[in-house]
Each structure stands twice: as C-alpha cells, then as structure tokens.
Write a protein that binds this ligand. Structure first.
Ligand SMILES: [Zn+2]
Length: 339
C-alpha cells in the first residue's frame, strides 16, 4: 500500500489540492490493469442473475455488489455467495489479507467517504468539466488508495481478466472508473419501474445475515423518483465519453438471455458467452463469491430464466399510476409505454 499511497500523492496538484492526470495513467498502482464490467442502474433491476451469468464466462469473476464490501462483509459479517461468512470465504479471506485485513473502523470510514462524495446529488458536478478531479478531491487519497487496492486484490486473487461488479450506484461506478489503471465497461441495466416498485413492495427473505430476516422494503412513491435519478445519472455519466457502454433492458434479457447478453458483450468489445451456460430457458450456474445482491445469488446448478411480469396483475392500480406518472419520460424512452 505504501507505493500506492505515494502514487496517489504524486497525482495531487500541490497548489489546488486536486488530482491531475499523470503519465502513468492507464496502469494500476499494483502493476497490472484491472478490467471492471460494471452493471449500473437502479436497485431491483435484475442485476444479480446477470452478474452471476456473466461470471460463468472463463476469466470473468462475479463479485456481486462490491460497493457493499466494507459494510456488509467487514462491519456486518454477512455471507458471501458461496454461503460462508464473507471474512471466512476462501476467496475473500485472501483478498482481505492482501489489502491488510482492514477492521470495522477503516470499513466504516470507507462507507462514510463514499456516501458523502458519490451521492446522486453530486452527479451533475461529476459530469461537469473537471468532474473527475473534484470527485477525487472529495473522496480523498486514503479512500482512493484502499479502493484501488481492493480491485487489484480481487483481480490477483481470483486470477480473472474481468471483474463483474453489480454495485449499480452511478456515482460509485464513476469513482471506480476514474481509479488509475481501471478499464471499465458499463452495462446499464434498466427494468420497467412498475416491476421494480412491485419488487420493493414484496416481503423477501434475506438469508445472508442472521440479524435481518427480510430485505428492505420501499413504497412505490419512494421507488419511482429513485429509479428516475439512478437511470438519468447512469446515462449522464457513462453513455457519452470513452467508457464502453451498452444499455440492456431486463425484459429483453429475460426473454432472450443469450442473444441479449451476447449483443451487449459484443458492443463492449468483450467475448461472447460460451455454450452450455444458457439453454432452453435455464442457466447453469457454478458457485459464485458475490458480495451482497438478491438472495438468488445463492442458487447454483440449473436456474430457470423467465419473464417475471407478476406485477401486471399484482401491483395495485394506485401504485402503478403513481409510478407511471413519476417515471413517464424514461418509460417512453426505454419503450415501456406500449406494454
Ligand atoms: Zn465466497
């Protein structure tokens, strides 16, 4: 970490305190580039199953929602996708050792730094000229060092070429993409907000911890504006510029998973899904070592893929109207008005 810290310090402009591009740009502080396939968008968009399937491609590592690593693995000691408590998992315990076995104090500091600097209200500042420098200054060198060290350790320990990260938060994704030596590609996953609202309304078991029996629930009128801002932010941050970007509708993935993912992978310049992973409406999933996500991340073997449109009959008309009216501009843009 000492080299890494010096590396970041060298990038700071001593007069303004802002980081500046350096000649080393494009090389990870640990000496090897880290390629991250980031799934961006709103919560409950179906990212867990997409992450798990992409992780079956040889050389790809399905890491789940890495943004939650500090809080849920270190502070709360929740379970990895393999079923072990994260700190005891054979993969993540090695990653933890490699980054110096940070304790709950450091983990909490990482959570606070990300919360204050990557919130959705800071996205306009990130998009404006000089945004990456402002974001780096807000996050601080310690945060950037540790985050850079984490992604480097995941790559080295997993031996993967591509880390699949389904954290989804647009601002956090921007922070990862701006780390020196990280090459990011983005799948912007969108899902009909009425299906998303229905998912948040349902009570779902949370098997990754003993301290919480169910996943968080939210009301439709809370979900709708969050869905709007997450998707607007994902487009603003990633759909223009140099980051390879592919927007994928969850419904298209559910109807034609192989074709939809292969199209996205092709647009991103990544290899196609190998044969045998998806066939006849099923996916064949090996164990993954994922941080957080939908409880379906614990499913292995033959997993059914199907269009889940229960919301059409089960979402209350009042909730459907609220979500439709609050998300109208993007509903039209993403082709959800005709359904
Ligand atoms: Zn594991």
């Amino acid at each position: 970490m000492a080299n890494s810290r010096a590396h970041w310090r060298d990038r700071m402009n001593t007069e303004t305190g802002e980081s500046v591009p350096n000649e080393d740009s494009g090389r990870h502080p640990h000496g090897t580039n880290v390629r991250v396939l980031y799934i961006a968008g709103a919560g409950r968009s179906g990212s867990t199953i997409v992450d798990n399937i992409l992780g079956q491609i040889p050389g790809f590592f399905s890491a789940g929602e890495i943004a939650y690593f500090w809080q849920r693995f270190i502070v709360e000691r929740r379970r990895c996708g393999c079923g072990e408590v994260g700190t005891n998992c054979p993969v993540w315990s090695k990653i933890l050792t490699q980054i110096g076995s940070p304790g709950p104090d450091i983990a909490s500091a990482m959570v606070s730094a990300a919360r204050s600097a990557t919130r959705i209200r800071h996205v306009p500042s990130m998009v404006a000229p000089g945004g990456a420098n402002r974001l780096h200054a807000a996050l601080g060198t310690q945060y950037l060092d540790r985050l850079s060290g984490l992604y480097g350790a995941i790559r080295e320990t997993s031996g993967s070429r591509v880390i699949v990260d389904s954290s989804k938060f647009p601002g956090y994704g921007k922070a990862v993409s701006s780390l020196d030596g990280v090459d990011m590609s983005v799948i912007h996953l969108v899902r009909d907000p009425r299906a998303v609202a229905y998912s948040w309304l349902r009570q779902k078991p949370q098997p990754d911890t003993d301290s919480r029996s169910h996943m968080m629930q939210r009301r439709a009128r809370t979900v709708a504006p969050r869905w709007m801002t997450a998707n607007i932010a994902a487009e603003a941050l990633f759909s223009r510029g140099n980051t390879p970007y592919a927007r994928v509708r969850y419904e298209d993935f559910a109807a034609e998973p192989r074709k939809t993912l292969d199209n996205a992978l092709q647009r991103l310049g990544l290899e196609q899904l190998p044969t045998g992973i998806i066939a006849d409406g099923h996916a064949e999933l090996d164990t993954t070592h994922t941080v957080s996500g939908n409880p379906s991340r614990f499913s292995t073997g033959r997993v059914a893929l199907r269009v889940d449109d229960e919301w059409r009959s089960a979402l209350k008309p009042k909730d459907s109207r609220v979500v439709t009216s609050l998300t109208f501009p993007l509903l039209a843009r993403y082709g959800y008005l005709s359904g």
